[in-house]
Design a protein around this ligand. Structure first.
Ligand code: NAD
Length: 484
């Protein structure tokens, strides 16, 4: 890989990655391998071992041993913080390498991935501070005969299962906090985007993390992932992915050791725009909110709920902005939307676009697969005259498809926004503080943005307000305090 060249290109040969147990990269050996083809370039880019449930057992054992002998959990917060800060430096030093492989596996634009990996540096730095400030509580209001002390202890072995849409970012929203509080980890990345999760193992070891504290098992969901959810020696599982798989995880945890769960699942998120908003800003935000990552984002603003008086004018502004989004080679610095990450997702999105037309919504932009000569790309798409009963209004499409729905009154806006089985995130655009506060209080969403969207930082928790979207408001907060 030559990242110094002005224009990056895919590798001539796919790179072999191993999996990572007890501080060692383990090559595939006799195991089957996944060969990942870049969804933008149609060439093989990485190869990773298809691990077995025996490999998972070895990783859990390494994590358990590392936890039990207290090589990490027994260190002071200051010592753990020192390792996390070195890891932050390590990520910064290898940012280009991580970004390159992630672009090739996921199809997302290089400029975007650089920003995401840079954000991960901040998460490790922030978690280093938390490692030093974790503390318990005491109860001196129990009468003279009793005094209570609550300590916060690491839970033990934490499994982390991640999806393909933000492979490194979602991993790093969890790993540094889980480590800061003294736990051991077994991570299972998506089979489509595993490389950066393995690279993090090397970075953590170089930063001084003791062997066995962070392990990675690559493999399929129904084998390794399911076995992790059922595993009797995994104490907690953080799962990010589809609502359907989330149900399987809950069932597996219930049928095994009732492991503690953190779930971040699907979304069908509203962008509510009032006539008194700064419409130029709001149109930028709405276009960004559905265009970012090609709409393959759990918190994408997929439903534009806009005040009827400005609905046509505003839809036109958003259409104009979305028509200027540059879709193309994700290795090109100027690309804003890259390829659709998986073949199945590509089929799903095109299926919803066809369904929207069949159900009578008006297609005002896009709707096509874009022919770039190679790879799979979908044009930013907008539907108007969307009825609340239509599939494109109700179901998570996970693509660059915006459904526009007008409202007359504030109550109606709230009703439309809440007419969903999800409750993950929402945005409201208005200059009126009363409206903004009313909407944020009455619309069910774990994350709310006012006059912005998809913003955040390590200081802010993430969460969900309904069980279909995730594990209640506990979400990231629970992970940042991953203690018994
Ligand atoms: P997915 O559920 O298919 O896969 C997610 C992960 O689970 C992968 O690592 C997969 O291998 C694994 N898996 C699959 N079957 C499993 C099983 N039976 N047991 C255990 N693990 C299993 O989801 P995806 O297609 O990779 O990601 C897209 C979905 O993720 C979307 O629905 C999106 O909304 C959701 N998502 C949510 C958030 C959030 O924070 N709420 C963030 C990103 C993605």
């Amino acid at each position: 890989m030559d990242t110094s060249a002005t224009r990056l290109s895919p590798p001539e040969q796919p790179r072999d990655f191993g999996f990572f147990v007890d501080g060692q990269i383990i090559p595939a050996g006799e195991r089957e391998v996944f060969e990942r083809h870049s969804p933008a370039h149609d060439v093989p880019v990485t190869r990773l071992p298809k691990c077995t449930t025996n490999d998972l057992d070895s990783a859990v054992k390494a994590a358990r041993t590392a936890f039990s002998d207290r090589r990490w959990s027994g260190l002071s917060g200051a010592d753990r913080a020192a390792v996390l800060l070195k890891a932050a430096e390590g990520i910064r030093a290898r940012l280009e390498e991580i970004a390159y492989w992630e672009v090739l596996e996921s199809g997302k634009p290089i400029s975007q991935v650089r920003g995401e990996v840079g954000g991960c540096v901040g998460m490790f730095e922030y978690a280093a501070g938390l490692a030093r400030s974790l503390h318990g509580d005491s109860f001196n209001n129990l009468g003279d005969g009793m005094f209570g002390i609550m300590t916060r202890e690491p839970i033990g072995v934490v499994g982390i299962i991640t999806p393909w849409n933000f492979p490194f970012l979602i991993l790093c929203e969890r790993v540094p906090y889980v480590l800061a509080s003294g736990n051991s980890i077994v991570a299972k990345p998506s089979e489509f985007t595993s490389a950066s999760t393995v690279i993090l193992g090397e970075i953590l070891t170089e930063a001084g993390l003791p062997d066995g504290v962070y392990n990675v098992v690559t493999g399929t969901g129904p084998t390794v992932g399911q076995a992790m959810a059922e595993h009797m020696d995994v104490d907690m599982l953080s799962f990010t992915g589809s609502t359907r798989t989330g149900r399987a995880i809950v069932a597996a945890a219930g049928a095994s050791n009732f492991k503690k769960l953190g779930l971040e699942l699907g979304g069908k998120n509203p962008q509510i725009v009032f006539a008194d908003a700064d419409l130029e800003d709001a149109a930028d935000g709405v276009a960004f909110g559905i265009g970012f990552n090609g709409g393959q984002c759990c918190v994408s603003g997929a439903r534009l709920i806009v005040e009827a008086a400005i609905a046509d004018e505003f839809a036109q502004m958003v259409t104009e902005k979305m028509s200027r989004i540059s879709v193309g080679d994700p290795l090109d610095e100027s690309t804003q939307i890259g390829a659709i990450t998986t073949d199945a997702q590509n089929t799903t999105i095109m299926g919803y676009i066809a369904k929207g037309q069949e159900e009578g919504a008006e297609l005002v932009l896009g709707g096509d697969a874009l022919d770039m000569g190679r790879g799979q790309f979908i044009a930013p798409t907008i539907f108007k005259n969307v009825d609340a009963s239509m599939a494109i209004a109700r179901e998570e499409i996970f693509g660059p498809v915006l459904a526009v729905m007008p409202f007359e009154t504030l109550d109606e806006a709230i009703e439309i926004a809440n007419d969903t089985e999800y409750g993950l995130a929402a945005s409201v655009w208005t200059k009126n503080i009363d409206k903004a506060l009313t909407v944020t209080r009455r619309v069910q969403a774990g994350r709310f943005w006012v006059n912005t969207t998809l913003a955040g930082g390590p200081e802010l928790p993430i969460g969900a307000s309904s069980n279909l979207a995730g594990a209640g408001k506990l979400g990231q907060w629970a992970l940042k305090n991953i203690l018994k």
